[in-house]
Design a protein around this ligand. Sequence first.
Ligand SMILES: *[C@@H]1O[C@H](CO)[C@@H](O)[C@H](O)[C@H]1NC(C)=O
Length: 496
Amino acid sequence: MRPVFRMLAKLVVFRCISVYLVASWFVPDEVYQSAEIAHHLVYGTGHLSWEWRNSLRSFFHPAIIALILQLLKILSLDTHVLVYHIPRLAHALLFVLADYSFYKVCLRLCRTKGIAENSFLAYLSSWFVFYCAPRTLSNSLETSLTLIALNWFPFEGKNYKGPTWPYIALGVLTVVIRPTVSLIWIVFGLHHLYHHSNPIRLLLRTVLPVTLPILIITILIDSLAYGEPTIPLWNFLQFNVVQGGSALFGVHPWYWYLVSGIPSVLTVQCIPIVIGILGPNIFRPSLLPFFATTFYIVVHSLLPHKEQRFLLPVIPLLCIYAGGAFQSLKKWRGSAIIGMIAINFGIAIFTSRYHQVGPFAAPRRIIEEWRGHHGKLSVAALMPCYSIPGHAFWHNHLETLRMLDCSPDLERIRGAAELDEADEFHTNATKWLIEKFSKEHTKYQRVLMYEKIYESSRRWFESNNWHQCMEKVWHSIALTSSREDNYMIVLCRNGY
Ligand SMILES: *[C@@H]1O[C@H](CO)[C@@H](O)[C@H](O)[C@H]1NC(C)=O
């Protein structure tokens, strides 16, 4: 077998294993901004969250997943298991191409093949990339397309002989998927313009003809899907930047990425990366990816809402610098690399298999146990909003999924002091059950909740014909919110 194919085959195996191993819940967006919307497009069932009711998101990513689901449907392969896993597999396989093109970028940027291979290993062993790659997250697609695009980026300046339009086209697509990635492309694009012999010609003859058709097609897709002419990118910027809407989802101090975000996603790789950037510069590759990363992180630090997953596209850009530091270790190099891989492997297994696994494990148990019954299930998830996957996961087993509402009050229907439904429930569960849930609880056959909330409201359930009908389901050791608990409880309505 040729070396290229051997490497691709190994990467395919690696990323496919991650599709199987990653069984944990990360963020609601993984389902509710992508697969769930695709399910709605193809089957007409699926929860459209408030962003979709207010035209803030582009349909481009869900449309790709919808194509996959449509294909499964035509082939009659749209079983519950495949509908959930095939889009994940597609994201992971795209990452195989991304891995391979990142390897080639390392070879182009690093001084020697040995350094390039060590930089590549620093990236490939990253627990966070492993954790995100098989998820139907826009960050995952954005990152894989960015890495594939870099294949055609003229790092060599005038010595670069290939075409540059593919990187521009893929770059524009990544911006349509996640507008914030433009921060990286601004730096790369300026570098390209600066080193080009005729920047005006580059803009008019390459950038414009590539960018315009893509933007027009994506605007058409969105206008069709929303049923009116609309540019979600514009609405998104208006909402998040001009109106400061992203601050609704939690605010972190400006230094959060530096002291918490970056160390937690890069872990031990931080050491060789910092040495590679600051240390003796005989092995240091071009600083362009570092400048792009810096600009990206500085602007993200100024935005109030911060998340680890926003760092995904800059992890590989930083890993480029790790190889040089390993090179200077000489005889300790092997042990250092093994140590890096072992630590990341441990974190990857813990976060994929034991941390926040309840949201998938509990529905799976419910579906298994329901198989004997006839008809579809109606389930009430009395827990923080969007903490259980919807139709994209349950597929044909689900009639309705009742979640507690926590949409921001954009139309200002609620009074200033009024809580949303999720807050109301968590303030006093029994009170909410008596006042609100008692009118509708007979619509559902199953209720899902965290153990401690169940304990606090147990009497209401017992006196309203509900009982705990399954062993409690493991969720997590390390809880990220005070509304969670280590176990989830499944309740059945008597007789169902
Ligand atoms: C919750 O509400 C119930 C019913 O209104 C009330 O009896 C109970 O004292 C409340 N619990 C707390 C902790 O406020």
